[in-house]
Design a protein around this ligand. Sequence first.
Ligand code: DGY
Length: 326
Amino acid sequence: MAERKILVTRAWPEEAEARLQAEGLGAVTLRRPDTPMDRAEWMEAAGTYDAILPTVSDRIPAEFYPAAAGKLRIMANYGVGFNHIDIDAARDNGIAVTNTPDVLTDCTADLAMGLLLAAARRIGEGERELRAGNWTGWRPTHMIGKKVTGATLGIIGFGRIGQAMARRAHLGFGMNVVFQDAWEVPEAIKAENGKARQLGSVAEVAAQADFLSLHCPGGAETYKLVNADVFAAMKPGAILVNSARGDVVDEDALFDALDSGRLAGAGLDVYMGEPALDPRFLEYEILVLAPHLGSATQATRAAMGHRAIDNLKAYLAGNTPGDLVT
Ligand code: DGY
């Protein structure tokens, strides 16, 4: 029998790549250079590999799935979000999909809290002023921000990361937490996670929030969920934090809300069509812009690799992987 072929689409932390090679699961290709695969590479991969370990920045052509049918058995995604994978097409073509939840919850919530603080207290703007040599010294009216402690945080999506954000905000900063999620969250979970209160809609949360933080998955159901209506419902001077997915926010509406003053600022880690950025983002000093760093710590990125390998190993051994999506 031909040796099983496994492809890792992007460079992983050394420790995780070394383990994958040592596991003896098949011939492992650690693709280099560390750039996104183009369409031709995806189509070639479709007929070549038994297992592919893709990640969030992969753009997988629609024709890939039928072309991979019968050969590719599993896509063990490196990452919790899987909106870059067409789950229905994978299922229809007999391809299992797994992801890597849990291991990036804390670091993503840490980053979201960091973006919230940086946007509220204008840390990026202040640093740029200082580095440019424009700081003229302390004065009572200099770079006034928005108080975080005791303010109301609205959370959209109360899954693992939303809950972790709620705990940080409530326990660390005495924030009141309100949230929206499609599932009715049990009282015990709300109590344990920032004594959070569930509201009926995104607009209701926006109306109460001094800070609105997004933690829902990307994909068709949440595409431009935060639109002009949501911005209109927000308190004037509110701040938006997005560490979820860029396409959850209608970016035209975001710029309008900044122009009208409805939004006092935003801390953003993700963008529609990233890494290409709408040039308007760079025009606003009050925006804190990070390059999709939510899970970017040594510990978490290694753990994501281990989790993807655990899923792959379980699947190839004929067991149900812990993180089977489809
Ligand atoms: C994910 O895992 O979905 C993040 O966006 C990248 O860590």
